[in-house]
Design a protein around this ligand. Structure first.
Ligand code: K7E
Ligand code: CUA
Length: 621
């Protein structure tokens, strides 16, 4: 919720001023779900959910997986934070991937796409805290890469926005800092010394491997949410910003002075071309484009004050941006944007970047309600905007609008449903593709305020499942979530077929041991290297003899080829636990720095004799 902290105060004032209408907006109905909701969300024991819900774990650094419609939590995918439950962050490979950080701040998961629809290959997630992006492979639901800290960036809130064919994951730095990084400048000289950056992270089409492609230098705004184009806006991307005032202190007041902020309208294909044409200069090894010197790469679009979300609709023509401090969502027509660019309908330039004329590109300001944040689409011509201050979701009709509707845009508000409480993001399956599922909406609410058994002063967030198949939305279910779901993605369950085991044939680890004969203990000076196998219900070898000061490396293979047959290797008083999936080999390294005999044991209940699955690390003085 860091992004909203200043808004709570300012938005509170706005709410107070408009409290009468806020309490009784048109179409407000009783929050209670009717009894049929129970059958519509019930997934009987043994039955499976229809959809995956991947929701971000915020500053817990993880991604959570739940099923829809049951909303049952199924799994936690550790990404930026060690997680002993799956041994993540304890073995050498995942430790290296974490790069010395123990946490991240996951906000926006983005599924890979081919031809504008989810292809079920990868899930990309951002780290707002350390400007990183990670890739989770949906073949095994494991984090495979963490890219970053991204150079010339500081904080990464504005990602992960995936282009139509997963060419890029697009990223915007949240904070502006003196560049190149490491350079000192007094924050009071923010306006002249600080800069922001938007980045194109290239995705290898075969492996999904991320690399930094190029960056576009920006004025020192604070970049926020974004989305990618499609159809007429194919090849473009959009990000909102707050602080177009370029204030460096008391942002709550100083960054809310102007009536409008700017969104960036970026032609990422033009940026890619400019780099090929040699129009970029290297900064920290990355080709950086100065949009003032390369016309056509970036434009600025005035948007409602202190905006948060900017969302492209499934057709790619309509772009909805919401200002937290204005009770409207502005709908822009990308056809008009293209036209305005062609005809140079610019108001002015900011640091050499043309500012599009607002009236020339606006389709309409939709009076959705108080504190609008994010918009999602059902693919049937409707948009759904989350209203933080009002604690509700507004459903409204996308253009084209009739003459009458145009004259009074309150007429296009189709429905409103209260949520509990203070909604941030909302998600509709595949809303960011050209073919949304349009069946369910999940409201991710910042506060649950005791709608559950009390757990003390720190309460969980709540997520509410809403049926959007009818003209009116209907509340189905609520669940409570670990900190802190910001955004989520929904994927049809039949789009993917995760593997059941790591096939032995695919294990190319030279240190794997599949039979007792292949296991070994080798000493080289003070280095001891162990090849160990684990099988129900023993470790081979189950006795390790080392000396104080030895550096011990254990490669442990789980030779099982049956799904769910997991073993763990926990060593008493050594702060080590690796978990090995069937067919996997993992490597742990530690220094035996105290004498004694330290039992090790299997941490995952694997068989009737699981408790007996143990051994000894004998450390001689
Ligand atoms: Cu909390 Cu997208 Cu980071 Cu809005 S974000 S709610
Ligand atoms: Cu192996 Cu428990």
């Amino acid at each position: 919720m860091t992004t909203h902290s200043r808004f709570v105060v300012a938005g509170g004032l706005l709410a107070a001023a408009l409290v009468a209408s806020a309490c009784n907006p048109p179409g407000r109905r009783l929050p209670a779900a009717d009894a049929s909701a129970a059958t519509r969300t019930y997934v009987a024991p043994g039955e499976k959910d229809q959809f995956y819900l991947f929701y971000s774990g915020g500053h817990s650094g993880q991604v959570y997986v739940a099923g829809i419609p049951s909303m049952r939590h199924i799994a936690t995918i550790p990404v930026f934070t060690p997680y002993p439950g799956t041994g993540y962050g304890y073995d050498e490979e995942s430790k290296k991937m974490l790069g010395g950080f123990t946490w991240g701040d996951v906000h926006h998961p983005g599924l890979s796409q081919t031809d504008g629809v989810y292809d079920g290959r990868w899930l990309f997630v951002n780290d707002n805290a350390n400007n990183r992006v990670a890739r989770v492979d949906l073949r095994d639901f494991k984090t495979k890469q963490i890219l970053g800290p991204i150079p010339n960036s500081s904080g990464n809130h504005g990602s992960s926005f995936v282009t139509e064919n997963s060419e890029y994951v697009l990223v915007a730095t949240r904070f502006s800092v003196p560049l190149p990084k490491g350079r000192y400048a007094d924050p009071s000289r923010y306006e002249t010394e600080f800069n922001g950056m938007v980045s194109g992270l290239k995705v290898d089409p075969a492996t999904g491997t991320l690399s930094v492609g190029w960056q576009v230098l920006t004025p020192p705004f604070n970049w926020d949410l974004g989305s990618t184009g499609k159809g007429p806006s194919s090849g473009w991307a959009f990000w909102t910003s707050y602080n177009s005032e370029m204030a460096s202190d008391t942002l709550e007041a100083n960054a809310t002075r102007l009536d409008r902020d700017y969104a960036a309208v970026v032609n990422w294909r033009a940026a890619e071309q400019a780099v090929k044409d040699g129009k970029a200069t290297l900064m920290a090894g990355v080709p950086v484009i100065d949009p003032a010197k390369v016309p056509g790469v970036m434009y600025l679009l005035p948007v409602p004050k202190s905006p948060h979300g900017i969302d492209t609709d499934p057709s790619g023509r309509w772009i909805a941006a919401s200002g937290k401090l204005q009770p409207v969502t502005s709908v822009f027509d990308f056809e008009k944007i293209k036209n305005a660019i062609d005809k140079k309908q610019f108001d002015k330039e900011v640091r050499g970047i043309p500012v599009l004329n607002y009236e020339a590109v606006l389709e309409g300001d939709v009076p959705v309600g108080l504190g609008p944040l994010h918009t999602q689409y059902d693919g049937k011509g409707n948009a759904y905007t989350s209203l933080y201050v009002e604690s509700s979701v507004a459903k409204w009709k996308l253009p084209p609008w009739s003459k009458e509707e145009r004259a009074d845009l309150t007429k296009i508000i189709v429905d409103k449903i209260p949520v509990h409480y203070n909604i941030g993001h909302l998600v509709i399956g595949a809303s960011d593709t050209k073919a949304p599922y349009g069946q369910y909406l999940v409201a991710m609410n910042k506060l649950s305020k005791g709608r559950h058994l009390s757990v003390g002063p720190s309460q969980p967030e709540s997520s509410q499942l809403i049926d959007i198949t009818g003209q009116k939305m209907s509340m189905l279910y609520e669940s409570f979530t670990e900190p802190e779901p910001h955004f989520a993605q929904i994927l049809k369950a039949d789009r993917i077929a995760p593997i059941e085991v790591y096939p032995k044939a695919e294990n190319h680890d030279v240190n794997a041991a599949w039979t007792p004969e292949e296991t070994s203990v080798k000493r080289n000076g003070n280095k001891v290297e162990v090849k160990m196998m684990s099988i129900r219900s023993r470790f081979v070898p189950d006795r390790l003899d080392v000396k104080v000061g030895d550096e011990v490396t254990i490669h442990v293979t789980n030779v099982e080829q049956t799904t769910d047959m997991i073993h763990g290797l926990g060593i008493v008083e050594h702060d080590l636990n690796v978990v090995i999936d069937p067919g996997e080999t993992k490597t742990v390294r530690f220094t035996a720095n105290k004498p004694g005999v330290f039992p090790f044991y299997c941490t995952n209940f694997c068989a009737a004799l699981h408790q007996e699955m143990q051994g000894y690390l004998a450390v001689k003085p």
